[in-house]
Design a binder for this molecule. Sequence first.
Ligand SMILES: NC(=O)c1ccc[n+]([C@@H]2O[C@H](COP(=O)([O-])OP(=O)(O)OC[C@H]3O[C@@H](n4cnc5c(N)ncnc54)[C@H](O)[C@@H]3O)[C@@H](O)[C@H]2O)c1
Length: 391
Amino acid sequence: MAQPQRKLRMGMVGGGQGAFIGAVHRTAAQMDGRAVFVSGCLSSTAERALASGKELGLPERRNYESWRKMVAGEAALPRSERVDFVSIVTPNDKHFPIARAFVEAGISVVCDKPLVLNTEQARELAAAVQKHDVVFAVTYNYSGYPLVKQAREMVRAGELGEIRKVIVEYNQGWLATKLEASGQKQADWRTDPARAGLGGAIGDIGSHAEQLVSYVTGLELDALCADLTSFVPGRRLDDDANVLLRFVNGAKGILTASQVCVGQENDLRLRVWGAKGGLEWRQEDPNHLIHKPLGQPDRTLRRGNDYLTDAAKRSARLPPGHPEAFIEAFANVYNAAFAAMLANAGAKGGPRFDYPDVRDGARGVHFIERVVHSAAHEREKWTPARFQTGV
Ligand SMILES: NC(=O)c1ccc[n+]([C@@H]2O[C@H](COP(=O)([O-])OP(=O)(O)OC[C@H]3O[C@@H](n4cnc5c(N)ncnc54)[C@H](O)[C@@H]3O)[C@@H](O)[C@H]2O)c1
């Protein structure tokens, strides 16, 4: 008989009043009754942090006014009360010090992307995770969709043959105007290099695109050639990114990420072609996966059906036709990390669980760095191609 699992105790840094993704994390983590939210430092000012925690029903002694007090307060509690993990949902520049402090206290972490600001920080954090042997998940939530798992398993099973070409696009339009000038909270820090890091669109959503390709195809990136633009006058980070990709196996790819594509909302699409077929998936229509087998008509695979792979079936909750989407995919990332926590399978071993970890986060940070480097050295790589007839 299955043993009843205890609920894991969840803490959170960030995600207070007016924040975006923290509420998604709280909902996703608790969706299947495997975790309970017990502790937090939810905002950047003490006053707002305390008001946010009170509103969400945190007990007074575990509603902290600073993340440093939270680390100390939780570490001082007996193991049976201390948080099992902390979700970090602050702007990017705070991920590193907060994540490192919790890891060093022996507390598992679920951190949003991009992991940290540079490769040096990423390496330091990965080493700390290894040393303290905690679970460290990065919420590349698109890999939690059942049909993304289906796509990955089809590639792994060789159904597409050797992969030759990948096109991944993540287009949004919400930063087509200078929204940050209005003080809009999410636009404000995402366009500020001090808080967002080196990348604008390439860091914020290009990082998801990079991870989606890696997760589905398993391809290792060999080299890239990037073009970054800030279309909106006065903006200091890119709001549009176009990147050519070369993979170690010889496959080629194109990654595009933009936040100035007027009319686009969260249009993340992945297309993959191998010698024996192709696949297409869109996050705005996540319950369908199109498979194009060589020499045969296209077929549409639908979430929730018995013909799907085990991983795709296991990660669905509802029968086919009842839509599942963003929050369920997020919850799937959490559940895989929870399984690792309950199995005490930290960085040093144990069975592999299907969640993006600190190494995936570190690879993503390196990708952003290389894109920014390539774009800044464009004269070294672009061949002039403007044609004049001369007549
Ligand atoms: N995985 C996804 O799909 C996804 C989606 C959106 C955002 N994100 C990531 O999540 C993070 C947060 O993004 P957001 O849009 O929710 O930002 P946000 O601005 O809406 O919220 C950030 C929160 O962090 C708090 N905060 C800032 N400094 C803090 C500190 N020192 N201590 C405690 N709290 C602090 C702010 O007060 C705010 O409550 C970013 O890293 C972003 O890239 C991921």
